[in-house]
Design a protein around this ligand. Structure first.
Ligand code: 5GP
Ligand code: MN
Ligand code: MN
Length: 465
């Protein structure tokens, strides 16, 4: 690999149609554990119509494209690729603020955590709280979070606080297979398992008083984070279209350095259909997080009847979008990457247009998580993108080999963190040790300026699948 250091945290790796850009530190660039992931971002530079291939400091291996990656393609000459978005379409994070302080919550933390665990369907095979038919699911495909709000889950104000208002398009429900619908019925309003979580957190530190105030954050405030996506519905859509592309676009895909980079020209009918089906899954995920947010609010009110729970923001971190940069229409794949638009950007929700987009970067159940704000710099150097998490360092199997359930529980207990989980195994697979140092990831993106730190959150209680 031909790697050139451009700046303290910016590296350039020789690619084919363009060079890859990696935002990280020297340690990660030279760490053999990340070689494969770096090779993946280089592979992306071989794809047709590629404009930029960028990796974030939370980079790690993923299907075809690395997680923590941004693949930018020309909308006319470029492609759309399911591996550039991920199987969990519109996996994302929402942050809900409360008017409660740490002192108020501390004595009833366990109760609050269990109330949440009992209110939100969690874990593999959990069924959703609502019965829906195909007609309703098609409506959800088109309307996303708007469907949820129109059906009593939350308020209209919430939509101003969701990326793209919680509805993306074009989203034609006819582009979704029956098999995907079958999987979608039962899982709406469920959290899922593994890396997905609900966390009760405390605002530990404020870095930018001004922006924190605009976001409604204050020291010692209790907040909730929710991380989940489109469940089996999105997974099936990704699977379906990978198969369709294999069957129908074999010739177009024959020269790829990795067959997992399978794609369709964006302008080809298959590319357009995948984009539309992907948007259906993204809308399902927006509705899902909106419904979970509603259930979470109800759970909090059981313990604190007067609690005010309001949405700060809901971001997508596995999605592709059409965006215009310098007058050029681009299809931007963010896979394990967060949009980070700066102040004044006209696409931003009105409530945040002047200040910039809230960016949510979770760490792990045993470390901090961060709220940041998008920047003009991100628009200039990373197509309005930043990191999405700490990123994995240790695989699930390796985690199970090296730690026990007891070890994980004990080390969390030592930090005063309460946990409830459906499966013991999940807790080990998701132990804090399996993730990179989130403080470092955030320091890097903040230092480069592709998003700026606003507040640090620490976990009090965690719900896992
Ligand atoms: P992904 O979507 O790539 O699976 O996960 C996003 C990020 O969430 C991970 O990179 C990791 O840093 C973070 N994460 C995973 N589990 C937890 C958790 O239980 N709590 C918090 N705060 N973050 C987590
Ligand atoms: Mn996910
Ligand atoms: Mn995710």
């Amino acid at each position: 690999m031909d790697i050139k250091k451009i700046d303290k945290f910016i590296f350039q790796i020789k690619g084919k149609n363009v060079d890859a850009i990696v935002f990280t530190d020297q340690e990660t660039i030279s760490n053999p554990d990340f070689r494969e992931a770096l090779q993946q971002i280089v592979n992306v530079t071989h794809m047709p119509g590629i404009v930029a291939a960028i990796a974030m400091p939370d980079i790690h291996w993923g299907y075809g494209f690395p997680i923590g990656g941004v693949g930018v393609f020309d909308a006319e000459k470029g492609v759309i690729s399911p591996g550039g978005i991920g199987f969990d379409i519109n996996c994302g994070v929402r942050l809900m603020k409360t008017n409660l302080t740490y002192e108020q919550v501390k004595p009833v933390l366990r109760k609050l955590l269990e109330e949440i665990f009992d209110s939100v369907p969690v874990g593999v095979g959990a069924r959703g709280a609502v019965e829906i038919d195909k007609k309703t699911l098609k409506e959800i495909c088109e309307l996303g979070a708007r469907w949820a709000v129109e059906n009593g889950y939350g308020s209209k104000e919430d939509l101003q606080r969701i990326e793209d208002g919680g509805t993306v398009g074009p989203a034609n429900p006819d582009d979704v297979s029956d098999k995907a619908y079958e999987r979608g019925f039962d899982e709406l309003s469920t959290l899922g398992a593994g890396n997905h979580f609900i966390e009760i957190q405390k605002v530990e530190e404020i870095y930018d008083e001004n922006v924190a105030k605009e976001f409604g954050l204050f020291q010692n405030q209790v907040v909730f984070s929710v991380h989940c996506g489109s469940r089996g519905f999105g997974h099936q859509i990704a699977t379906d279209y990978i198969q369709i592309m294999r069957d129908k676009l074999a010739d177009h895909n024959k020269n790829l350095p990795d067959k997992q980079l399978i794609n369709a020209p964006f302008n080809h009918p298959i590319g357009q259909k995948y984009f539309s089906a992907m948007n259906c899954a993204a809308n399902y995920a927006f509705a899902n997080r909106q419904m979970i947010g509603f259930m979470l609010t109800k759970a909090a009110r059981k313990v604190f009847p007067k609690a005010e729970v309001t949405l700060l923001y809901d971001v997508a971190h596995n999605i592709a979008k059409l965006e215009v940069y310098n007058g050029r229409k681009l299809i931007i794949h963010r896979k394990g990457a967060t949009r980070a638009l700066g102040p004044g950007n006209p696409i931003l929700n009105e409530v945040y247009r002047a200040i910039g987009q809230p960016v949510l970067i979770p760490g792990s159940m045993g470390s901090a998580s961060y709220v940041l704000v998008g920047t003009k710099k991100a628009e200039q150097i990373s197509y309005g993108s930043t990191a999405h998490g700490a990123g994995r360092v240790l695989g699930r199997r390796a985690a199970l080999r090296s730690m026990s359930y007891k070890d994980v529980l004990q080390s969390l207990a030592e930090k005063g963190i309460e946990v409830v989980s459906k499966e013991k195994k999940t807790l080990v697979e998701e132990a804090p040790e399996t993730y990179k140092d989130v403080d470092r990831v955030v320091e890097i993106v903040d230092s480069i300026g592709i998003s700026k730190k606003v507040a640090k959150l620490v976990p009090l209680g965690v719900v896992k699948g």
